[in-house]
Design a protein around this ligand. Sequence first.
Ligand SMILES: [Cu+2]
Length: 134
Amino acid sequence: MKGISAFVLFAAFVFNAAALSSCGSSSTNTGGASSSPAVQIVACPTAPAATVAITNSSFQPTGTAIAVNGIVKWTNNDSIAHTVTSGSQGTPDGTFDSGNLSQNATVCIQFLEIGSYSYFCKIHPFMTGVVAVQ
Ligand SMILES: [Cu+2]
């Protein structure tokens, strides 16, 4: 009997330790919120929150509004390569960069924080757009 309750206590201790350690790791993430990425490139879902066509060397539409955690999908309809790169006036800000998208290539980006995200094409900096995350 004594041995069983010792085992139960041990099991409860292990469970608590696991719960505490998972708590600890999530609070570590919260603590690092300022340095955690505001966006992530993800696999394209069947139904993204919004789509942007890259057509005739322009982003269509140029302005996209989504709710936080929404995913925007860009598709390059041109025969030449384009990029979807965060920043403005041709200067990347490092938040996201699709790299070169060839014809029919897509990129999907999930926006994890409210804000306004300007972007452009690194090959054609006159191509600009903005994602408003509300
Ligand atoms: Cu381009």
